[in-house]
Design a protein around this ligand. Structure first.
Ligand code: HGY
Ligand code: MN
Ligand code: MN
Length: 401
């Protein structure tokens, strides 16, 4: 099978045109937004053109199905609220190119997927979480974004595209090509990372309820300032986690909403996202205990009400050895001596799909290790090398993977 690098790159740039934003190659295409749905319509057209049968499930996961048993390739085409042109998009367009090249070569059978809301506007990888049975549609529907919109409402915007549920039994395995989103390959000068494991994640909203009041007249010692509670919590937490974490453990408060968010008002409420990631489930649990206890202690000391949202999460998963070996072979053929095995610190749809199918992943370098920013980029020659490794692995595995 012969992939066409120019055709692949042209499609990748075309996908970026849906929601193109910011300087460089930025994209704003969150799940179920108008650009996301427009992009899915364009992708569906591309799938049809290469002879795949388009199916869209109730969540908005978009499949292009080959006849008979097939290997499933893909990723997601939604973006972060400020994202780059490659996160997810690369894996979807690479899948399209390999499926097209496979058709031209007379096999093997390759299907394509773009999962919905991988970037977690509503949760953590919600599209593939529902497809894989990790979440039910009903439990996903009540999840809300930071603006208070429910997923069940948001997904109505693409209801006209829905054809029905897509069974996983027709697929023999799943392979996802992605950018690394970290600095390892760029720093070492290597071209390909073959993923060994994907870390686990926990994510929940935390709310401190204090007393909204006048910022000029309320003495400091009488205040119940919700921002001060968040600030104390963060400082204490960083200190307490130190005994539990490893250099690979990460935790982030990435979204804070203060009410009413005005210069002259002592904030009465703070709602913030608390997310933590690690390769070890026990450590994730120990961190959860510390997070909950620290928040309770701050609430008690500062006279705050405290509540926690639902705890969302995914467990760490290992990649399938046989699919991995096919990628390692491909990496050695395309970039001899310039690839490595490595874990993934980012979450991916592959984690959910691993509940149903053997899965594997490969990475190409991210320039400067940047991602989840408009500045995200990868050398185009490295992008093409990634597709070539994927095609090599698919040829080796055949449709009976
Ligand atoms: O956050 C993640 O790891 C993924 O990009 N959604
Ligand atoms: Mn991604
Ligand atoms: Mn991402």
């Amino acid at each position: 099978m012969q992939v066409d690098g120019d055709r692949f790159l042209a499609d990748l740039h075309k996908l970026r045109s849906f929601g193109a934003a910011g300087v460089g190659k930025g994209v704003v295409r969150p799940g179920y937004s108008a650009p996301d749905i427009e992009a899915r319509r364009w992708l569906a057209g591309q799938m049809t053109q290469i002879g795949l049968r388009v199916e869209v499930d109730a969540m908005g996961n978009l499949f292009g199905l080959a006849d008979g048993p097939s290997l499933l390739l893909g990723s997601h085409s939604d973006s972060q609220p400020e994202g780059g042109w490659l996160d997810g998009a690369l894996g979807v367009i690479a899948a399209l190119e390999v499926a097209r090249a496979a058709k031209e070569a007379g096999g093997p059978a390759v299907s394509v997927v773009s999962f919905q809301d991988e970037e977690g506007r509503f949760g953590v990888t919600t599209g593939s979480a529902v497809w894989s049975g990790h979440e039910t549609l009903a439990s996903a529907d009540v999840l809300q974004d930071h603006a208070g919109v429910a997923l069940g409402t948001a997904r109505q915007a693409m209801a006209d595209m829905v054809t029905g549920e897509v069974a996983s039994e027709v697929f023999t395995g799943f392979i996802e090509l992605h950018i690394e989103q970290g600095p390892s390959l760029d720093t070492s000068g290597e071209k390909i990372g073959v993923v060994t494991d994907i870390v686990g994640i926990r994510d929940m909203k935390v709310t401190f309820d204090g007393q909204q009041n006048h910022a000029g007249t309320t003495p400091m010692h009488l205040r119940r300032d919700a921002f001060q509670a968040v600030s104390s919590f963060n400082t204490l937490l960083n200190d307490r986690l130190r005994n539990v974490v490893t250099p690979q453990t990460v935790w982030t408060i990435g979204h804070v909403s203060l009410h009413p968010n005005a210069s002259s008002i002592v904030p009465g409420r703070a709602v913030f996202s608390m997310q933590w990631r690690d390769a070890d489930t026990d450590r994730l649990a120990r961190m959860e205990t510390i997070i909950r206890e620290t928040a309770a202690e701050v609430a008690q000391a500062q006279g705050m009400g405290l509540s926690f949202g639902p705890l969302l999460g995914l467990e760490p998963v290992a990649m399938d050895p046989r699919l991995r070996r096919a990628l390692e072979d491909g990496a050695e053929a395309v970039a001899p001596g310039k690839w490595r095995n490595m874990p993934s610190g980012a979450l991916h749809d592959a984690t959910n799909v691993a509940r149903l199918l053997p899965v594997a992943m490969l990475f190409v370098p991210s320039i400067g290790g940047l991602s989840h920013t408009f500045e995200e980029d990868t050398d185009e020659a490295d992008l093409v090398a990634g597709v070539q490794v994927l095609a090599h692995a698919v040829s080796r595995l055949g449709s009976a993977a």
